[in-house]
Design a protein around this ligand. Structure first.
Ligand code: C5P
Length: 232
């Protein structure tokens, strides 16, 4: 299981400061979302790699468009040199296949994940948009993504095992909402510990506030990495 840190601070200075404070830890995944990518762009991605070249970047832009436009955007993302990015599974199997076919032509491609259902949806809201119940549809989206050649999904730690059972053990799961040592849940509805994520075969845990709101982010990262080691 690998640790991915959500870089959700309000400005570039604070994000860079956080990275500086944890740069002694090699091979961390760094999640860059809409907010910082829209504001700070590709120069920011370069700065992350300058701080520690072993840091790996997960560009969380959740692509959703027609197949050709998604493939074009995916190729541009690959050209940025990021290590992982994501698309919406509800963009459909053809769109996901088109993305993976396009990326397969490149010498090196990033890992591609699909978002099944946004966790902010209640079942009612989900049904209003998709005319289907959330849980079975999220599983179907995961299967579609797997069949389309996508590498894995973003899901909750609670769903990870079922998704692996209905796809394959190698199909990756990345799970936000992790509170490694029972920290404050903040606005997350259902939070999971490292133990639960490990039991459910999660491949990547995303941790934001428990790290960047801690008094000593580097010590917190160290503590999490030590716990991850223990689980293997
Ligand atoms: O601070 P916290 O650890 O809750 O951060 C979790 C990160 O994962 C945030 O960047 C949040 O936007 C993201 N995320 C999430 N739930 C999802 C998808 C993404 O919390 N379903």
């Amino acid at each position: 299981m690998e640790l991915c840190i959500a870089l959700d601070l309000p400005n570039i200075e604070q994000n860079l400061q956080l990275l500086e404070s944890i740069k002694e830890h090699n091979n961390l995944w760094i999640k860059v979302g809409f907010r910082s990518y829209i504001r700070d762009g590709k120069e920011f991605l370069k700065k992350i790699k300058e701080i520690n070249p072993t840091f790996k970047i997960f560009l969380d832009l959740k692509l959703y468009d027609i197949p050709n436009t998604m493939a074009d955007a995916s190729e541009e993302i690959a050209n940025l040199g990021v290590d992982m990015f994501n698309v919406h599974a509800s963009s459909g199997k053809v769109a996901m296949q088109t993305v993976m076919e396009r990326l397969s032509k490149l010498e090196k491609r990033p890992i591609v994940l699909a978002v099944t259902a946004l966790t902010s949806f209640s079942n009612e809201e989900f049904k209003d948009v998709y005319s289907q119940d959330l849980a079975p549809t999220a599983t179907k989206f995961a299967k579609d993504a797997c069949e389309a050649g996508i590498d894995g999904v973003v899901c909750s730690a609670f769903e990870s095992l079922d998704i692996k059972k209905s796809t394959s053990k190698e199909f990756l799961t990345l799970t936000p909402g992790i509170r490694p040592f029972g920290e404050d849940a903040n606005d997350q509805q259902r939070v999971a510990t490292i133990e639960l994520a490990n039991k459910n075969l999660v491949d990547f845990i995303v941790v934001g506030r428990p790290i960047y709101k801690s008094e000593n982010p580097s010590a917190k990262v160290k503590q999490i990495l030590e716990r991850l080691e223990l689980n293997f």
